[in-house]
Ligand binder design. Structure first.
Ligand SMILES: Nc1ncnc2c1ncn2[C@@H]1O[C@H](COP(=O)(O)OP(=O)(O)OP(=O)(O)O)[C@@H](O)[C@H]1O
Length: 233
């Protein structure tokens, strides 16, 4: 459903993505791994339209979205759960959910009751301002906000960042719930435990290119790949 070819992108002084080729099948969860600074965030930001590519194509269900504005990409069915959550501290959980639902595409499995069923802690914290929530609760809120737009594709940028292991498991549970509803996901992760728990396939980015791709089971079995490309045992 997502087909990326020859994607080049970066910032004024540097080209970060050097020709990304990436396919994600409908309903698949792809774990996107790579060392710090190799371009993972730049890739999801370019897919979302927040960074403008200099070359290449991004096709979502056949429609070319490369270089389109973020609102156009969002309306085409892509949602970003950004690194660092980016929730609005003064707004309550309910206000976040109302805003997201209003911006939503209106069709699909996700409405507020369904989202709160997946993320029950948010229901308990419904009247709290986002700034008062724990890191894990803010991550749940960022996920809820994305889901209420009823996306076809969710891009998650390091959802486990800064969270305690028990909370990371809740994030994993939420990802599995999205997958069960047929949502396609690209999950950028440093936490191999989470990536292995949720991803059907693993892709590794290095120096602005996808340098490895394999089914998760295979990737786990051959630790030499993780060692060579990620510097982990
Ligand atoms: N807004 C920006 N302006 C200029 N350079 C940037 C900007 N954002 C990132 N970079 C640079 O682009 C390169 C890739 O960064 P990016 O954040 O995409 O990597 P990453 O793989 O997501 O890393 P991390 O795991 O640390 O988040 C880095 O050298 C970084 O310094």
């Amino acid at each position: 459903m997502l087909e990326v070819r020859g994607l080049r992108s970066g910032y004024r002084r540097s080209t970060v993505l050097q020709g990304i080729d990436l396919d994600v099948a409908a309903g698949q969860v792809l774990g996107l791994l790579g060392r710090n600074g190799v371009g993972k965030t730049t890739l999801v930001h370019t897919l979302m339209g927040l960074v403008t590519p200099s070359a290449g194509t991004v096709r979502l269900e056949g429609r070319d979205l490369a270089g389109r504005r973020p609102d156009v990409v969002a309306r085409a069915g892509v949602a970003l759960v950004p690194q660092g959550r980016r929730v609005w501290a003064p707004l309550t959980v309910t206000e976040h959910l109302d805003l997201a639902a209003r911006r939503g595409r209106g069709r699909g499995p996700w409405d507020a009751p369904r989202v709160l069923e997946l993320l029950p802690r948010l229901g308990e914290r419904r009247r709290h301002a986002a700034g008062q929530l724990s890191g894990g609760e803010q991550q749940m809120l960022a996920i809820a906000r994305a889901l209420l737009t009823n996306p076809r594709l969710v891009l998650m940028d390091e959802p486990s960042d800064g969270l305690a292991p028990a909370v990371v498991d809740l994030v994993g549970h939420a990802i599995s719930g999205m997958k069960a509803e047929g949502t396609t996901l690209v999950v950028v992760e440093q936490d191999l435990h989470l990536a292995f728990a949720v991803a059907d396939e693993i892709a590794v980015v290095d120096k602005g290119r996808v340098v490895h791709r394999s089914p998760t089971q295979e990737f786990r079995r051959d630790s030499s790949v993780a060692h060579a490309l990620l510097g982990v045992a």
